[in-house]
Design a protein around this ligand. Structure first.
Ligand SMILES: Cc1cc2nc3c(=O)[nH]c(=O)nc-3n(C[C@H](O)[C@H](O)[C@H](O)COP(=O)(O)OP(=O)(O)OC[C@H]3O[C@@H](n4cnc5c(N)ncnc54)[C@H](O)[C@@H]3O)c2cc1C
Length: 425
């Protein structure tokens, strides 16, 4: 009888050992997958990393493209992902900014950016989210990340397991033990909510309509940002004579435009796009994304770290949301790798606090900057219009200031984590 009990106990312990991982990541978006790959690459096969996401067994359908800044490109190079998307990445060679009303016949250019962030390195590339996600998934599989097509269960209470591990329930009832849980489950993070971490921020009452257009003439790698009274209208260059559109409107107007029949949608689009690239044709699905500014009050909890949109959502006006998420990834990966190499527990409070100190201030600064930009431009005041145009005109005449902006936007300023410098961990 005693032998049977011992056997049952040993089997239960084996089962627990099998289900124990070093880091469990909830969310297989770009942030979650990039972190998983960086950790496996840095710490090798002895460090178990699992990514759980209910979307893993669904086909992806994100019509967006992202401006990937130079620092984020270096991260993708360092984790073996860039080589898989480089062929389809469109360098942004210059950028023009205009400020006008929709009815203005001519849109004067107030600000231009061109040149590289550093010699030979464009400050950003446009990469479509679909291929980027596919490349990350392929690299994660190649490097031994365990992928589980299940969500971190809605109902799971996150309870410390003997002080050393968390016990986390997946949808379906299975439990995993982890030394650290990472919330990479996006803007409406259920993990963050269950951990009791509130967010601060607001909705803008704006939505971003996204679609892809093909045009007759080449864009020459130029990105355009037209500040219209309802919000920015961005034309972002893609390969093969196409551009990605991010078109901000007040939410009700965005819903109206989204529901228009094809010819009417085309007419609204053409009013804003113009004919400078010849005839245009919509070649991708259209979708609207609500816009807000939300920043988590803390980026860490007990054996918990938040990355990407789970930690912060900002206005897409400067194309920086994912780039900020990748900064989180680089900082958290470096923090964990450094700790694990010293034999420290990756979920220990001191380790997580280093991560939080690294990322909170930078995130607040970017949140404030994008919020200010949106408030400055998304309005009809002629006085503000004059003030911002004078400001833009001044910046345009100061090449050193412009170069600083370019380096800042490229993510190359401040305390830059090693992965963002292209260095292996
Ligand atoms: C219109 C628009 C344009 C943008 N353009 C840019 C740009 O040019 N450059 C830029 O840097 N950023 C841009 N952004 C921001 C960028 O898209 C986001 O910051 C980025 O997608 C966030 O990635 P993520 O991995 O953190 O989250 P997500 O991509 O939201 O991934 C979250 C994942 O978590 C999963 N999940 C949800 N619940 C659970 C659960 N319970 N358990 C497990 N998994 C779960 C979801 O299925 C999903 O796969 C833009 C945003 C918008 C709206």
């Amino acid at each position: 009888m005693a032998e049977e009990t011992n056997l049952a106990l040993a089997q239960a312990q084996d089962q627990e050992a099998d289900d124990r991982v070093d880091v469990l990541i909830g969310g297989a978006g770009v942030a979650g997958l990039a972190l998983a790959v960086a950790l496996r690459q840095g710490l090798g096969a002895g460090f178990a990393v699992t990514v759980a996401d209910p979307a893993l067994d669904k086909s992806p359908n994100d019509p967006r493209a992202s401006a990937i800044v130079a620092a984020a490109q270096r991260l993708f190079e360092a984790i073996g992902v860039w080589e898989r998307v480089a062929g389809e990445a469109q360098p942004i060679l210059d950028m023009v900014v205009t400020d006008s009303r929709l009815t203005d016949a001519v849109r004067p250019v107030f600000l231009t950016f061109d040149g590289d962030a550093e010699p030979g390195q464009p400050f950003a590339h446009m990469v479509e989210n679909g291929p980027l996600h596919a490349a990350l998934l392929a690299r994660a599989r190649e490097i031994g990340v365990v992928l589980r097509p299940a969500g971190i269960a809605e109902s799971s209470a996150l309870s410390a397991f003997g002080g050393q591990d968390l016990s986390v329930a997946l949808a379906g009832g299975e439990r995993l033990r982890a030394r650290l849980l990472v919330a990479a489950d996006g803007a409406r993070s259920g993990i963050r909510e269950r951990a009791g971490i509130p967010t601060r921020g607001w909705n803008y009452g704006q939505s971003a309509i996204v679609t892809t257009v093909a045009h007759e003439r080449g864009h020459g790698g130029r990105a355009e940002e037209h500040f219209l009274p309802a919000g920015p209208f961005a034309i972002l260059p893609l390969r093969h004579c196409r551009s990605s559109i991010v078109w901000t409107e007040h939410t009700a107007e965005a819903e109206r435009i989204l529901a228009l029949p094809e010819p009417d949608f085309h007419a609204e689009l053409e009013r804003r796009f113009g004919l400078h690239l010849g005839e245009i044709a919509v070649v991708g699905p259209r979708r609207a994304y609500p816009i807000g500014l939300w920043i988590a009050r803390a980026f860490i909890g007990a054996r918990l770290a938040l990355v990407g949109d789970a930690a912060h959502v900002i206005h897409p006006i400067a194309g920086q949301g994912l780039n900020m998420g990748l900064k989180d990834v680089a900082a958290l990966a470096e923090t964990i790798v450094d700790a694990a190499r010293l034999g420290l527990d990756p979920g220990a409070a001191a380790v997580l606090e280093r991560y939080q100190r690294w990322r909170r201030f930078d995130t607040m600064a970017m949140g404030v900057a994008t919020d200010g930009l949106n408030r400055l431009f998304s309005n009809r005041s002629d006085v503000l219009r004059l003030a911002r145009d004078v400001g833009l005109g001044l910046v345009d005449r100061l090449p050193e200031l412009k170069q600083l902006f370019i380096r800042e936007a490229a993510g190359l300023v401040g305390e830059v984590p090693r992965l963002l410098k292209g260095e292996a961990l």
